[in-house]
Ligand binder design. Structure first.
Ligand SMILES: [Zn+2]
Length: 461
């Protein structure tokens, strides 16, 4: 990493010299903008006040949203931390970048950080560790990549209040702009253990006997619901604990954004807020993520440009759109082999969102596919073919309570969706090979222990 930094310093010095010469000879080009990408792990869009969540729960995000373009429906490409972030970093679907689970590493062909580092941006990442780590391939292109400091301790995750101050320290220590700073924290990921202040305010009135905090790692909630051990009170408490974690993250985020503002960086930076996936809180007999429900795939996406003008964009956008959009906003050409679209013309009001696009998501052998906002298929890919296929009409059934796959009126629709996806995969296979990541195999036993501690024990590959 040190070598890359040394190589880039002269490039930045040369750029500064050229900028100085240009200023002496004529109108100066505006200096390149910084980029701050904020990922709050496990944050379902509907948890946030600006996405219809409880009013007043997330005032920092609300304030940021008032100065940002808010994309009302943004879909992630995985319900697992490692693959989803890799799609965000590469602009590629999971089957192309190849990081399908949280415990098999890849070497991506190109990333947002790699492109920007190559153009002279100083690149740094401060992550919450867990499944966002250098060992899995996420550090590609970052000159500085910190996911842990000191002695490891289970569950090997860090929250915003630990990560964000370190990112501000890095900003104070670093020498030059432009920079790309990625920050990530695990606050609302299970176990749901909010700080005392938020717990007392938002989750303090449960007096049942069940230790609800530990349930999220269990994931399959069905037997507890059937036995009556988990009733409406326990589910409400689970939801309140999750909300308290969200509120704690929001408070830390507010301090971080104030820090950017105080340093004068907010007006020289593009600030993006998103999440890798959401969370199911007891619906569908499930607590956690790693499946394909809408609660997991719908994530927030806020993009604040330096002018800080607020707007909302309806329609469906995808995480693969983030890389081409940000590079366009920074005036940097996008690499080949990305699968998203540049949303800047939409942000600028020059054209509407493209409609009828394919969206795919994957974690291990679970996949989902949709075309446009309405019809969604989910299935399990096995060597013997697709299994457990389900079909949902999100227009009339946004909570996915009615599987229509056995309905004779809708069976052709399910087949059409699956066929379109198969045709797409076939048509783009050569590009997958040319631009996809290099698969490096499993991570070691210590990492498996880590993943067990996060509730990913088995079954995700
Ligand atoms: Zn995650």
């Amino acid at each position: 990493m040190g070598t890359a930094r040394e190589l880039l310093r002269p490039r930045r010095a040369a750029a500064a010299l050229l900028a100085g010469l240009a200023a002496a000879c004529g109108p100066a080009e505006p200096p390149p903008l910084n980029l701050v990408l904020i990922s709050l792990d496990t944050c379902r869009a509907s948890a946030l006040s600006c996405y219809g969540g409880p009013p007043g729960l997330t005032p920092s995000v609300t304030r940021l949203a008032a100065e940002s373009v808010v994309f009302e429906t943004c879909l992630a490409h995985s319900s697992g931390t490692a693959p989803s972030h890799m799609s965000l970093f590469t602009g590629q679907y999971v089957h192309r970048h190849g990081l399908r689970t949280n415990h098999r590493a890849v070497r991506p062909r190109e990333t947002l950080a790699g492109v920007l580092a190559g153009q002279g941006w100083d690149t740094a990442a401060f992550t919450g560790h867990g499944s966002l780590r250098a060992e899995l391939g996420h550090a590609h292109g970052f000159e500085t990549f910190e996911s842990w400091v000191g002695e490891p301790r289970l569950p090997y995750t860090r929250n915003f209040d630990e990560v964000l101050p370190r990112a501000l320290d890095w900003l104070d220590d670093r020498a030059a702009e432009p920079f790309f700073l990625l920050v990530h924290g695990y606050d609302p990921h299970c176990p749901y253990e909010p700080p005392p202040a938020q717990r007392a305010r938002l989750a303090g009135d449960y007096d049942g006997d069940l230790e609800v905090e530990g349930l999220c790692g269990m994931q399959d909630f069905g037997p507890l619901l059937e036995s009556g051990q988990v009733g409406p009170e326990e589910r409400a408490h689970l939801r309140d604990l999750y909300r308290a974690e969200i509120a704690a993250a929001d408070a830390a985020l507010g301090r971080f954004l104030d820090g950017l503002r105080e340093r004068g960086l907010l007006e020289r930076s593009i600030v993006v807020f998103t999440s890798d996936h959401g969370e199911v809180l007891g619906d569908h007999g499930w607590v956690g993520h790693t499946t394909m429900w809408e609660e997991e795939l719908r994530v927030p996406l806020l993009i604040r440009l330096p002018a800080g003008r607020g707007a909302r964009v309806a329609g469906v956008v995808q995480h693969v759109d983030v890389l081409p959009t940000l590079l366009a906003a920074l005036g940097v050409p996008a690499p080949e082999g990305i699968q998203g679209v540049d949303l800047m013309p939409v942000l600028n009001g020059e054209r509407d969102l493209p409609t009828g696009r394919l969206h795919v998501a994957q974690f291990g052998n679970l996949e989902s596919v949709r075309v446009g906002p309405r019809w969604k298929a989910a299935f399990r890919r096995t060597p013997a073919g697709l299994r457990d296929a389900r079909l949902f009409d999100l227009a009339t059934d946004p909570s996915e309570l009615r599987d229509l796959s056995d309905d004779p009126d809708h069976a052709p629709r399910l087949r059409a969706l699956v066929d379109r996806y198969a045709s797409f995969r076939k048509a783009t296979r050569a590009e997958d090979r040319r631009y996809g990541g290099e698969r490096l195999g499993s991570v070691d036993r210590a990492d498996a222990e880590l993943l067990d501690a996060l509730g990913y024990a088995g079954g995700d590959d």
